[in-house]
Design a binder for this molecule. Sequence first.
Ligand code: MN
Ligand code: MN
Length: 261
Amino acid sequence: MQKIVLQGIAYDDKSSYLRGTAKAPPVIRESYRSISANYYAENGMEILPEIFEDVGDITPNQYFDIEDFTKSNLNKKFRLITLGGDHSITYPVFRAFQNQKGPVDILHIDAHADLYNEFGGDPYSHACPFARIMEEGLASRLVQVGIRTMTRHQQEQADRFSSEVIPSAGFSTAALPEFKNPLYLSLDMDALDPAYAPGISHYEPGGLTSRQVIDIIQHINMPLLGADIVEYNPTRDINQMTGMLCAKFLKEISAKMLEFA
Ligand code: MN
Ligand code: MN
């Protein structure tokens, strides 16, 4: 059986507003194992716990410990799912994928473009990871979906990096491009409307529905090498409903990874 490596990064040092996302990994695991739901993804694939090579969670001392930890966990097939943590983790996690041969495209689902050159004086803020990734040329393509907080500075950054921005307004899966390279998926839970995902730090109304995000995942037609689920903040959740949504996405992402295994 093809295994997917599962790692947790208990890290929220780079959050600009609230702490709490460091508490997410164990709550997502618990939600995934909850007997209130079964292990089936919607394509009929059963995503049992044995599918995961679960390496547990780390609490990094320093930011780039995240890259070393990810490198040590990547297997030969480069199939790895990371549970955040705030969105700053995506840059060091994605750096670890650079040993993979050939170009990798990024599908980024978020209310925010996270393209700031720096935020609050920190170039590694959770508002910056895609600026770091693109200026280093780590990704061959960046497609950003669910965006609804674009600033002039970030639009300039998007233009500079040729990022393809698909706003939340009027979204349908028909707006998604055809990918031609293997993919990395980065899913910020605040892409969803806060009505669907109250367990987040930054409430930005007008977001995607749970169904739309599942449809985006299921629409992926290229091998999915890596993925992260970030910005879940259990301290803001209601009855663990956002935790269960993260668990649902974990199952759907895993099913998509195994589809190309
Ligand atoms: Mn983000
Ligand atoms: Mn966000």
